[in-house]
Design a protein around this ligand. Structure first.
Ligand code: SF4
Length: 282
């Protein structure tokens, strides 16, 4: 448990989310918790405000544009490249206003980020991966009880194709390694399968579509087989590990590669469990 530290920014503000079972768990929250529980605490429990990372800002604006495209395909609306680019532009500035400031180094970086977004969206719309038919669902949010999981599972799927394949879109700066991508996103992909199965559908594939902002932008689909019983149980166990950790107020540093983009390095350095504070004071 994190003990109160007088000058630490995380000493106050514990929300009801801690010390009780969360109302539900999402694959995104579980993955964040399992990657570094202390970063999760700063971001999602005490909600420390920091400048938005550029990659996150770009990803959200690209996501808004793709959502507009898929909704237009679904409803038979305007899905022209010009309209979708305009949605991106609007979202890019709205997010800066509503969730900013964004951690740009300078104006040139902002402009490059904006152009990168327009380029990856144009590449997607021009690629064979761009949805040609009417999707089954867009931005579908499901919350369902899963046997073996102590709280309901919730997940928002970017797109569900006509044959019930869930598709999640990722913005990336380099080409993904296919097997690593599936392994890295296992909790999310299998969670979508569990949710779809709960409502009576069996997805034939669990897919990721990467929008890669290389010099020549690329759109790369990574397909993966539906999970067997072992994989499903493994993911349920991972989700429950996160639930149990959050409910037990267990947040501690987990140093790794993710520290290089963590915005809470100073707060992390102030972390010390209660028992060790007493030793420090002795
Ligand atoms: S610096 Fe590393 S260990 Fe510390 S909170 Fe951030 S990600 Fe976790």
């Amino acid at each position: 448990m994190i003990a109160p530290l007088q000058d630490a920014p995380f000493a106050t503000g514990l929300t009801p989310w801690t010390r009780t079972l969360p109302e539900h768990i999402s694959p995104t929250a579980a993955k964040a918790y399992l990657s570094c529980s202390l970063m999760f605490y700063f971001e999602r429990v005490v909600c420390l405000r920091k400048k938005t990372p550029v990659a996150l800002h770009l990803g959200k604006a690209v996501h808004a544009a793709l959502q507009a495209f898929h909704l237009a395909r679904w409803r038979g609306g305007d899905d022209s490249p010009e309209t979708i680019a305009a949605v991106f532009e609007q979202s890019f500035t709205d997010l800066e206003r509503d969730e900013g400031p964004v951690n740009y180094k300078n104006d040139a970086k902002r402009e490059k980020t904006r152009i990168d977004g327009l380029r990856v969206i144009a590449a997607y719309l021009d690629s064979p991966e761009a949805m040609k038919e009417k999707p089954r669902a867009v931005e579908v949010m499901l919350t369902e009880s899963i046997p073996g999981l102590s709280v309901p599972l919730t997940g928002a799927m970017d797109l569900v194709e006509g044959n019930y394949t869930p598709v999640d879109f990722k913005s990336a700066s380099s080409k993904p390694d296919r097997s690593h991508a599936v392994f890295d996103h296992e909790i999310q992909l299998v969670s979508y399968q569990l949710l779809l199965e709960t409502v009576g559908e069996n997805p034939p594939s669990l897919d990721l579509v990467f929008l890669v902002k290389t010099k020549k932008p690329q759109t790369i689909r990574v397909r993966s087989k539906p999970a067997d019983r072992h994989r499903k149980l493994r993911v349920i166990a991972l989700l429950d590990t996160a639930v149990e950790g959050i409910a037990s107020n267990r947040f501690h540093p987990q140093p790794g590669m993710h520290c290089s983009w963590c915005q809470f390095r100073n707060e992390c350095m102030a972390w010390l469990p209660e028992a060790y504070q007493e030793r420090r004071a002795a």
